[in-house]
Every structure is written in structure tokens, then in C-alpha cells.
Write a protein of this length. Sequence first.
Lengths: 228, 225
Amino acid sequence: MIQVDLSGTVGDLTLSVRFEAGAGLTALMGPSGSGKTTLLRAIAGLERLSGRVQVGDAVWQDADRFMPVHKRAVGYVFQEPSLFSHLSVEGNLDFALKRSPKTVDKTGIVDLLRIGALLPRQVERLSGGERQRVAMARALLSGPELLLMDEPLSSLDQSARAEILPLIRDVAERVPVLYVSHDPLEVARLTGQVIYIRNGRLAERPAVTLEGLSQAEIEALAMKALGS
Amino acid sequence: MWEAIRVTLLLAAVTTPLLLLLATPLAWWLAKGTGWFRDTVAAVVALPIVLPPTVLGFYLLIALGPHSPLMVVLQPFGVRTLAFTFPGLVIGSLVYSLPFAVQPIRNAFEAMGPRPLEVAATLRASPWDAFWSVALPQARRGYVTAALLVFAHTIGEFGVVLMIGGAIPGQTEVVSIRIFQAVEQLNFAEAHLISGGLLAFSFVALMIMLVIDRRFGARSAGIRP
């Protein structure tokens, strides 16, 4: 169980959000500039908002204390893959593994994200989709109790997205995921648990608009609505 | 001549690692800090680039001489003056080459941006750990550039070492001063020899820097998306 109650101002944005999320994947949706990324960063401790964050039994922050980022059992997948360029793929994974406080099944995670063949490669030689898979594996290897993902597919092409989307579902079976996106179709394929944010506050679910969607996308929405 | 070469190389070999060590926290702070105080310190650090070496040497001579406040502090330890000594030369070189160490390292830290350190923190690396395991390796090109610049710059030092070193053969006489003295004695053969050697050395140092820049340029500027 994840409990978040955060408020404060970062730049021009005033945020005040309170929600709870359980196991599996919970999507955070909203227009750009609504504060999704700021909220995610604040949960990780990369941004300082006041309030309370609790993940499982661990209180990451409340009125009296603010646990620094490196002490939070958080995994973070950034919008762009952000692998360490001075390390190989395996070096990137081991960076996380070495610092994980609990034993993590490296082989299992490598298999889950299908990156076994990439291990000896240099980071620059990877495609965008491969990099993001390695970044996800790296985050999991640090032994997180909560995985935060900030539009991890937004910089990828259609085929890479299609390839990674089911992997994200698999990942969410192992660890709770908060997933920022502004793409309703992507979210529809991932989860039914959605939190909407607008102007830094929780908002009602907006009516679905079909304008600008392709035939295939509308069909996908219809199928989802029909529960198949 | 060989004495002068030995002193010069020793001076450069001592100055370079010391200065890299000294420049690291300074460059880090300049890269991360903000505000007018940081700009003031950055200007002070850059002063040796524009200041005439004799001016710098003059003030250093005063500071290292027997009546300076610095020496008064050191007197109980048996140190009366550092002027015209090899340690004095090292101190002079450190100040003189400071901007050549700080600037490339600072640039490398700035080019890296905040993201690699944020990633490291989410992977449970403490700030100290992240500095060693991420920031330093990511800035390695800056360090190589800084080391080469400082080494070459120290080899070619003239004004500052003359002011505070006094050109004592075997102790504080370096090659650039040796050339000056050879010419004064109309010993053009020796002047040619040392000058030619320095020219070749400087060229090779710059070539190495360019090659390193090309080879590592693509992957040391931080994280690649």
C-alpha cells in the first residue's frame, strides 16, 4: 500500500495531491504541465514537497523527517533512458545490484526484460527500446518497494512500444508501479487504476474524446470498454 | 642543462597531481553553486590567466618571504621562508596553473548535468558514493585535459618562477630560465637545443589532447539519451 499526501510549490506549479495506491500498476494521467512528473520526483525525494509519503510500513517522509533519495526503496525509470555512459550494460545493472539492500534475482530480471544478449554491450550501441529495457532492469535490481516510471515509452517508436508494453505489465506483478503517461491508449492497455491530475490537483476522469484517433486506436478503446 | 630539465620535470610532476586534487572540490563547487559569491570566486580563480606572471610572482614572493603572515604562522615549524626554494616554486606553480586545472574539470561536471547523480541516488548511491562512482568517471576527459594543460603550462613557466625561485641551478632553475640565460651568454647552441625540445614537447602534448578529445568526446559528456 502506497500513501501519498503531498503539497507545495515547485517553480510556477502549486501541487496538492492526496491518494492511495495498491499493488499492480497505477497510472497517473493528466495534460502536460499538470504536475505529474513533479509529483513522481517528489515521491522519490528528488523534489521537496511537504506532506507524507508511506510505502508499505516505511515512512519516507512526514512532518518530522525527510528520508534522502538514496535511502528510499524506490526505483525510477526516467523519460529518457539515462544509462551511465561510462559503464557497459552489465556494469549499469551491477551498479544497482551492488547497492541493493536485499538479494535480488539478477538472472530472473535479465530474463524478464529479455536483455541477456545485451549484457556485454556498450550503452551507446543500444537502440532506444533496448536502453529503456535495461533502465527498467536496473531499477528493479536496486530492490525497490515502489517503481516510478515517467513516460518511459514516450521517446520510442511504435514497434518498440508494442514490445515493451507487455513487459511493463509483467514488472508490475512483482512490484507496485506508479506510471506517468498522457497517452490514454497506452494506459488502457496497462491498467484500470488511473489517477487524473490537472493543475497540480486530483481531477475527475475526463470524457474520452475520439477526435484525432486512428481507426485502430478507436477499435482498441472499444475493445477495452467491452472488457475483452 | 640537465639539472634544469630535472628540476622542471620534477616541478611539473609534483604540481600536476597536487593541483588536480586541489581543483576537484573547487571545480565541483563552482559547477554546482550559484550566486554572486560563486562568480567572485570564479573570477579570482581565473586571475592567473590575465595577470602578468611578474605581478603574480611579486605577490607570491611577498607572501612566501620571511615577513609575511603566512611565514609567521610557519615559523614555529622551522620554516623561515619559502622564497627561492623548491617548495616555494611548487606553491607558485599551483597558483599559476590553477585556472588550467579548474576550468576543464568544472566544464566536465557542468556538461554532465544533474541527471546522472539523480539516477545514482535512486539506485541507492549516497552523494559521496555517487561522486566517486559516477561523477568522477563521467568527468574523466576533463581530468585528462586538466592534467595535460597543467603539466605543459608548468613546464613552460617563466615569470613566476623567476620571481619566486631566483634561478638557483639545481634547485629552482627551470628550462625556460635556462634558455634565457643561455641566450644572454650567447650560447645559442644550448638555447636551440632546449627550445627545440620544448617546442616538440608542447606539440606532442596538444596532439595527445586532440586525439583524446576525439576518441572519448562522444561518450564522456555525461549520459547519452
